[in-house]
Design a protein around this ligand. Sequence first.
Ligand code: FES
Length: 102
Amino acid sequence: MAKVTFITADDEQITLEGDSGSVMELAVQNDVAGIDGDCGGVCSCATCHVHVAPEHLAKVGSASEIEQDMLELDDNANEYSRLCCQIELNEQIDGVILRVAQ
Ligand code: FES
């Protein structure tokens, strides 16, 4: 079981728990504003873009090459960017904070 906190564009904090699937799926199932998951999680839309809290980046890991290619098309991408459909929900990421990217 992992707890994940999302911070939306309105600075609303939403903490959710899950134990399988991706972080994007958890967000979409719980209507987190700004996470749309349009491509269904195949890393081809960037509507699941988040910025990982800097202190949590090591836990979550950095973006894969395919993910980086997609993020390059997004003006708001930075070194803390991830597409959260590519983050697996597991104990390793318990407690992470993710800011929904604009
Ligand atoms: S849901 Fe489309 S890239 Fe993540």
